[in-house]
Design a protein around this ligand. Structure first.
Ligand SMILES: Cc1ncc(COP(=O)(O)O)c(C=O)c1O
Length: 296
């Protein structure tokens, strides 16, 4: 488990322990990949890219262990489209249709899941649904990364993929939206963004938690910090529609609950949650380490 999440979400670890799993913070001393990262930075908060390297390395060593990537790869994005297909049916029943679709963005699976089935209406029927990926300002690969071939993990166990990326060595700040702390974006989503068929926005975590609290108080559901990025973006879009004096149907993906993120909510409610945005120098330094081709 990524160290930042291991420390920030202790009850998720205990849930896994309850079902018999042993959980170790990544980077760990249990893999060559982890040892390499720790040698360079003993206090590394980890990243999804590092955790993937460690998991793939362990899976290679045991023929009974399989590794399943949770996001990014095209087949995973397509698999998740059941979410959008269901949303189409639900909206049919409600007699409505979205003008704007929003989903938080880590590697792309929940965003692709809800938006891809609707994009078909844009591509085939000339509809103009805006599909917005909401990413953290601490890990903004879609809004501030480059489109080029890069690795899906930090150490290089995965093949090169064409993607918007901040560089596979990029270590995002330990923000609470752990699921969005990934350096790259899925290939299909990246190409769609490059072609101007989808949009992306970056948000800082205080705006997101404010939106999460508002949602919890109005809907009775505490959203995951990842999901608050979509909620905050939906609120931005609703405010914009209000200013323009138009009525819009905004569909967003509530990708998870925040029951294991009470520590983060406690920090926000006690005024201790700090704002963070990655600097341009940090992004350029990470990208400078890449030697793979930029895609024109
Ligand atoms: C609750 C939640 N939402 C969103 C994400 C982001 O991943 P993806 O962009 O693949 O949906 C994650 C990833 O772990 C997550 O845990």
């Amino acid at each position: 488990m990524v160290k930042a999440s291991y420390e920030g979400k202790p009850y998720r670890k205990i849930l896994m322990n309850t079902w018999g799993a042993s959980v170790y913070p990544s980077p760990s001393n249990r893999t060559e990949a982890g040892k390499k990262i720790l040698a360079a930075d003993p206090d590394s908060p980890g990243s999804l890219g590092i955790a993937i390297s460690e998991a793939v390395e362990l899976a290679f060593q045991d023929e009974n262990t399989k590794y399943a990537l949770g996001s990014v790869l095209n087949h995973v994005l397509m698999h998740q489209t059941v979410i959008g297909l269901e949303a189409i049916k639900q909206l049919e029943q409600a007699g409505d249709f979205p003008d704007v679709i929003v989903a938080p963005f880590g590697g792309g699976s929940n965003f692709a899941g809800i938006s891809f089935p609707f994009l078909r209406y844009n591509l085939e029927e000339g509809k103009k649904i805006r599909c917005i990926a909401a990413e953290p300002a601490s890990c903004p690969k879609l809004t501030r990364g480059v489109f080029r071939y890069d690795l899906g993990d930090t150490v290089g166990m995965t093949p090169l993929l064409p993607m918007y990326t901040l560089g596979h060595n990029f270590i995002p700040a330990p923000i609470h939206a752990g699921g969005l702390r990934y350096h790259g974006a899925g290939a299909i989503v990246s190409q769609l963004l490059k072609d101007g068929l989808i949009e992306a926005q970056a948000l800082k975590q205080l705006e997101c938690f404010e939106a999460g609290i508002k949602f919890a108080r109005t809907e009775g559901i505490i959203p995951a910090p990842e999901a608050t990025h979509a909620i905050a973006t939906a609120i931005r879009e609703a405010e914009r529609a209000k200013e323009e004096g138009v009525s819009k149907t905004i569909l967003f993906n509530l990708c998870g609950h925040g029951h294991f993120d009470m520590g983060a909510y406690e920090q926000y409610l006690s005024g201790k949650l700090v704002e963070h945005e990655v600097t341009q120098e940090e992004i350029l330094a990470s990208l400078a380490e890449l030697d793979t081709p930029v895609i024109s």
